[in-house]
Design a protein around this ligand. Structure first.
Ligand SMILES: [Zn+2]
Length: 449
């Protein structure tokens, strides 16, 4: 990969939404990057006056929105896209997803991560929290592609085709902090019913031992809540609390069906939540009360979930789903405000992942994780300024991954004019296609269990 250029870069004259402060916009504004860091953000004339601006390479951002990199707080690398659609959850898991886990190999898993990270990056995602398997390959993919990756293996002790806390520990030892800290290893826990209470406690201890994060799913469906009550006499988040899993290092995906006491537990323990509206609609899980959770002090990020639940990794599209699902669930068009949704994908998303000091906003001194979105397409007309300013609404309701123009992570330009430049995307796609075909052959050949 090309080294960070010594020359500063000035992204000049765009609609800059730094996503800090109260709905601040610099229009027209600029972002100046020196090395891996943001040196200045503000109005064009202000940033032009910075001592490093004169020697900078200038990127003309006229007609573009300039935003912080997006954080996809819950995804699974995978190759099941577009298969096994419109099925009951249990049938889908038992007959399609779990057999694919049994058929997975390290090579196939690595090809899936290359695809997922390249796809996400192309759409403005600069950081992912991926729950997957054989994640040495995921670390390689993230390192080469240039994206930030937080890797949380699927671990379980009630089925033998997942990772274990022992393999999670080995991954922590070998890869935590790789790529100058861009790759972080967390402890992952597959679904509560896949993991014994003892294992959950041991997972929390492992995360504490390495001073790292912990990621799991919870309260995705009503069935899960009822089953948890039946098996353990507690709701899922209460049960996780009881198992010592909640806390500031923990991020829970979904949390659709939290009651008020569970929301309090999340807030009191500092446990973050990642909302996956597309997946929650597609699997008919239901609408999470995100506005309420946030009002109670829970940090909420946004995630696409996997290719099998979405079916893409487009965080701009996910923002639209987040807003629309909030509106239809509340039967209230006032909720799901674009600024709030943008916050979940950027500032709060970074905070949920424990990256708030490094990234999530366009702030001088933070890492230069910057995205430009080209608003010149017909579908963005009209772009208005001043009194009728409408860029936040365009980003949430109109934009999709294909409108992303340029992406920098830590000052490295990884997407230029809509093309990923850090890897050969056609080779990534061809490899993933072959890996998927092999996976389906292997799955078809499995003996039933
Ligand atoms: Zn998931």
């Amino acid at each position: 990969m090309a080294a960070v250029t010594e020359r500063p870069t000035l992204i000049r004259g765009g609609i800059v939404l730094p996503m800090e402060g109260d709905r601040v916009a610099h229009d027209p504004g600029s972002v100046l990057m020196t090395g891996e860091t943001i040196a200045a953000v503000g109005a064009v004339v202000e940033v032009d006056a910075h001592p490093a601006a004169a020697a900078a390479e200038v990127i003309d951002a006229a007609g573009c929105a300039v935003i912080p990199g997006l954080h996809n707080g819950h995804l699974h690398s995978g190759l099941l896209r577009g298969t096994a659609e419109s099925m009951a959850l249990w049938e889908w898991l038992q007959n399609h997803v779990d057999p694919a886990h049994r058929a997975l190999t390290p090579e196939i898993a690595e090809a899936a991560s290359y695809m997922a990270y390249a796809e996400g990056l192309r759409g403005g995602t600069t950081s992912v929290l991926d729950m997957w398997r054989f994640m040495e390959g995921s670390a390689r993919a993230a390192e080469e592609i240039g994206i930030r990756a937080t890797l949380a293996p699927y671990t379980a002790d009630r089925y033998d085709w997942f990772e274990t806390l022992e393999t999670n520990r080995r991954l922590l030892e070998s890869h935590h902090g790789a790529a100058d800290g861009r790759v972080r290893i967390w402890v992952g826990l597959e679904h509560m019913f896949y993991c014994s209470p003892e294992m959950c406690r041991a997972a929390a201890e492992l995360a504490a031992e390495f001073d790292t994060g912990l990621h799991t799913h919870s309260s995705e469906s009503i069935w899960e809540v009822q089953e948890c009550l039946r098996q353990f006499g507690r709701r899922p988040v209460e049960e996780f609390y009881n198992r010592g899993v909640l806390g500031e290092r923990t991020v829970v995906a979904h949390g659709v069906w939290l009651d008020d006491r569970e929301v309090s537990l999340m807030a009191e323990t500092g446990t973050a939540l990642v909302h996956c509206p597309c997946s929650n609609m597609k699997l008919a899980s239901g609408p999470a009360r995100i506005g309420y959770y946030r009002s109670q002090g829970v940090t909420v990020g946004l995630g696409t979930d996997g290719e099998k639940e979405n079916n893409n990794l487009d965080m701009l599209e996910e923002m639209k789903f987040a807003s629309l699902l909030a509106k239809v669930a509340a039967l209230d068009p006032v909720v799901g405000d674009p600024w709030d949704v943008l916050d979940m994908a950027t500032r709060s998303g970074a905070a949920a992942l424990g990256l708030g000091d490094a990234t999530g906003t366009l702030t001088a001194g933070k890492d230069a994780d910057v995205v430009t979105v080209d608003l010149s397409g017909l579908h963005f007309v009209p772009v208005l300024h001043g009194r009728d300013f409408n860029a936040p609404a365009h980003l949430v309701f109109t934009a999709s991954a294909r409108d992303v123009s340029d992406v920098w992570v830590r000052g490295r330009r990884l997407v230029a004019a809509g093309r990923v430049v850090s890897v050969d995307v056609s080779a990534v796609a061809a490899r993933a296609q072959a890996a998927a075909e092999e996976l389906f052959e292997r799955r078809a050949a499995l003996a039933p269990i």
